[in-house]
Design a binder for this molecule. Sequence first.
Ligand SMILES: Cc1cc2nc3c(=O)[nH]c(=O)nc-3n(C[C@H](O)[C@H](O)[C@H](O)COP(=O)(O)OP(=O)(O)OC[C@H]3O[C@@H](n4cnc5c(N)ncnc54)[C@H](O)[C@@H]3O)c2cc1C
Ligand code: FES
Length: 518
Amino acid sequence: MTTKNKWHKTVSDDQLKEGKPLGARAGTRAVFLMRSEGRICAMGGKCSHYGGPLEKGRLQGQVITCPWHTARFDVRSGRVQAPPALDDLPRYETKVEAGDVYVRKVTAEALSAPRGKDVATVLILGAGAGGVNAALALRRNGFAGRVMMATAEADLPYDRPSLSKGFMAGDTARAELVLEPEPVYLQLGIEILGEHRATGIDRQQKTVSFSNRRRLRYDKLLLATGGTPRVPAIKGARRRGAFVLRSLRDADAIIAALSGAETVAVIGGSFLGLEVAASLRSRGLEVHVVAPETVLMARVFGAEIGEFLKRKHEEKGVVFHLGKTAVEISGGKKVSGVVLSDGSRFAAQVVVAGIGVVPSVGYLEKSGLVVNGAVPVDAGFRTRDPDVFAVGDIALVPDPLTGEARRVEHWVEAERQGRHAALGLAGVEEAFREIPFFWTNQHDVSIKYAGYASSFDRVVLRGDLEEEKVLAGYYREGALRAVASLGRTKEFLTALEILKAGGGIPPSRFEDPRADLL
Ligand SMILES: Cc1cc2nc3c(=O)[nH]c(=O)nc-3n(C[C@H](O)[C@H](O)[C@H](O)COP(=O)(O)OP(=O)(O)OC[C@H]3O[C@@H](n4cnc5c(N)ncnc54)[C@H](O)[C@@H]3O)c2cc1C
Ligand code: FES
């Protein structure tokens, strides 16, 4: 429905070239415009995820990819095509007068409860990346049956990646973590059942039992229960002041424990550990990182980027104890320090362990759906039970390019899996074809990564790492399997397309910055 919003003059008609997005202002708001198949389209210019500038995105046909974390939108309707964005873009109608393009905001249609004939009940276990996206997508695809999302946590679904980044650093407010405000779930008829920890499923009866003694019936079930952090198997790991980080409650507890603390020990040189180290250093705390590897993140990024990351952390004052493990968290009732495998020790009042997660599948023990600690699914996220689906950290998914079974622990991947699983839950068969994507922020370094390289035999760098303008290509058996980017966003977005097409770019072309990637 169009209301009487004001027209704003933006760019001149002849500035708009087919397929080239252009940023402009409509009053105080950023918009982007483009000509798509001759027609002028205008949308809100800020990505509905974290506000990425969409005019710098990559346009392919009618879909634009956000340059920050690769959310995709249809440029004609403004609709989200792929998370991490959850909300559609504001839409603008356009007109051309005397050679200038004018835009006027189209008032958003009010969310309304679904209407339709579905009577099935979809029960979703877990309200994280996968669960929330499945619930929203079910409704946005028009599913009108009952949607229940039962989760162990009490908080409204929130942005987990921020817990180790902005929230841990004190830069992101609690309110900003909320994925969708409560009225959205109410209006869409999504029932969130907090403090419902599943303890078992009965596939014959189609029921799930919970630790609060409730039992719920389902027609279709989605398992999206994520990961449980490993607790170090060392003395003192449960002392007061020693933490793991998975939930908002964990983050709250860590932040509360910082008051009066001077030194924090981070056990593990994973993404989570390094992000926590950077965030807590920015709060002015002394931070020590203990990790068994000698080069950080080498298995993911290769040695050069690993060494670069270490230097960046050290420049900011983080102290590393690499090639060592923590053998004890010392103290009385409270943590007072960490003892290392070489016998050395240092004082710390808070310890955060980031040594990986195990898929949260304990409640599935008797279900027959778990193999080697994970839940194998097909390309539509269906388990061996046609009425049970699984996504996210617990799901073992066939890689669309290689067929290799992969389980990745990425926020955006879990979101996209959840969104896709909604199709299957609503009875639509379609294979998943997304390339895994994640990003990490550590101090002022931001790295984006796309692809799946469980191993690689060659790393090819395009650009200059020291200038923080580099695209790294990870090759296995001559094919590009994954890329990582520091400051080369445009090429990164192009590389995404190459990965989707099978990674057939020779290393010699990849590493030559004068040669176009595509
Ligand atoms: C601090 C932190 C930072 C991260 N940063 C990044 C990042 O920058 N980029 C990136 O790609 N990935 C990041 N990740 C990883 C990412 O968050 C996960 O891969 C992603 O959340 C997995 O989604 P999921 O839906 O499988 O599980 P989750 O998002 O973990 O959601 C699982 C939900 O299930 C609930 N649950 C668990 N057990 C039960 C049960 N038995 N019954 C009912 N409910 C249950 C949980 O309480 C939770 O609500 C980060 C993770 C953490 C912890
Ligand atoms: S800001 Fe656009 S995807 Fe994150």
